[in-house]
Design a protein around this ligand. Structure first.
Ligand code: AMP
Ligand code: MG
Length: 397
């Protein structure tokens, strides 16, 4: 059995970077930039402006009472300020040439209609200098991570309308099993609803990929081969579930072998030991176990990192933190366990409690969990009181 790291390394060796493509900023959220920095072609802000509603003045003229010489609003051009006068100014309006400070409205006192009494005001007060966020000619670094709202705002402020990003990897999803029925349809004898097609499609989206074809095949070699061919021809990656174990009706592994190349291995992981990885016509194919918890956990461990690798992202993109398990949970000694837990803050660090039954078909515990707690191979149980690495799947509350 391969360790999780060995399996990951072998899978990642197949990660081929997707091409760069331009997207308008309005579609850029969550996309991975294909460049590591952009050149600032302008100063941001492009002119000195007021950070407050108030009165523009020369600091040297205050404190004192000054004649008010009109106003300057955001978006308008500001005429020069005559000495020993003030001008009403709005937030974001350009500072009139000659002014060097803004006295806030709250601190000023009108004297009649056209004079204002202003307090002591320091030069530079409430003024945002030209280029105070970014200077023309600067290289603005873009982190190797999905674009955030804030980074999109930076690009927009620089006047950049579109950005080169990695194409989202296209993923075909294939669920196999005679027992599967589409959710929404009623069940016949021995049938269950297909949970994996939709859960894996959602996990693909979360990882930054694009699920494009959703296929289902019964446990028949001919049908499975046809679906494997169709899925791998239409996507960068084919993710199948079910049919990779040693049962008489498990045909996915043999199908990959018939149509392409298989690097099949068993991974020392719980849940999820059987997992088939290979390629068909040079496209990566990964066969996950059918149990719905195993399918999602192995997706997290192996497919998510592969999709990220295809976009030039390293690692799993998750927050890891040490958490103390509050209950002993037995596991297979040979395999590394990923327990479904709820992590929460505790007076001496982070505490992890099992989120429910740890069976590989107990989806409710996975849905309730906010983390996977990693109990190493070689240990027969996760011990109450011991600390383990927790992989956060979402926020902690
Ligand atoms: P398999 O890996 O095909 O042996 O399937 C293992 C278990 O997972 C069996 O109990 C299957 O019924 C179940 N299973 C397989 N595929 C799915 C699916 N798409 N949705 C829900 N359960 C599944
Ligand atoms: Mg099956």
């Amino acid at each position: 059995m391969l360790s999780v790291e060995e399996a990951r390394t072998r899978i990642l060796s197949h990660a081929r970077l997707t091409e760069a493509e331009p997207v308008p900023l309005r579609d850029a959220f969550g996309r991975v930039p294909a460049e590591s920095s952009v050149l600032a072609a302008i100063d941001v802000p492009p002119f000195a402006n007021s950070s407050m509603d108030g009165f523009a003045l020369r600091a040297a003229d205050a404190p004192g009472e000054l004649p008010l010489m009109g106003e300057v609003a955001a978006g308008a051009a500001a005429p020069p300020l005559r000495p020993r006068t003030a001008v009403r100014i709005m937030t974001g309006a350009p500072l009139p040439p000659g002014a060097d400070a803004v006295a806030p409205l709250e601190d000023a006192e009108m004297v009649g209609e056209d004079r204002v009494r202003l307090p002591m005001t320091e030069a530079g007060a409430n003024v945002r200098a030209r280029g105070h966020d970014t200077q023309h000619g600067e290289q603005v670094e873009l982190a190797a991570e999905p674009l955030s709202a804030a980074t999109i705002a930076v690009l927009a402020s620089l006047g950049i309308g579109q950005i080169e990003v990695r194409r989202r990897p296209l993923v075909a999803i294939l669920s196999t099993g005679d027992e599967l029925v589409t959710p929404g349809e009623s069940l016949g004898e021995g049938q269950i609803h297909d949970a994996n097609t939709v859960s894996l499609a959602a996990a693909v989206l979360e990882a930054g990929g694009e699920p494009i074809v959703l296929l289902r095949a019964p446990d028949e070699p001919v049908a499975i081969d046809a679906a494997l061919r169709e899925g791998s021809a239409s996507a960068d990656l084919l993710v199948a579930s079910g049919g990779v174990s040693v049962g008489r009706h498990d045909h996915v592994r043999a199908g990959i072998e018939r149509l392409g190349e298989l690097a099949f291995w068993r991974i020392a992981v719980q849940p999820g030991k059987p997992l088939a990885f290979g390629s068909i016509a040079d496209r990566a194919v990964i066969g996950l176990p059918g149990n719905p918890v195993s399918a999602l956990v192995t997706f997290e461990l192996f497919v998510r990192v592969l999709l990220r690798g295809m976009m030039g992202l390293a690692g799993d993109g998750r927050v890891h933190l040490p958490a103390r398990l509050d209950t002993t949970v037995r596991k297979d000694r040979e395999r590394r366990a990923y327990l479904r837990v709820v992590v929460r803050p505790d007076p001496d660090g982070w505490l992890a409690s099992p989120a429910g039954g740890q069976g590989s078909a107990q989806l409710r515990a996975l849905a309730a969990a906010n983390a996977l707690l990693v109990v190493p191979e070689g240990e027969p149980a996760g011990e109450a009181g011991a600390r383990y690495d927790a992989v956060l799947l979402r926020g902690v509350s």
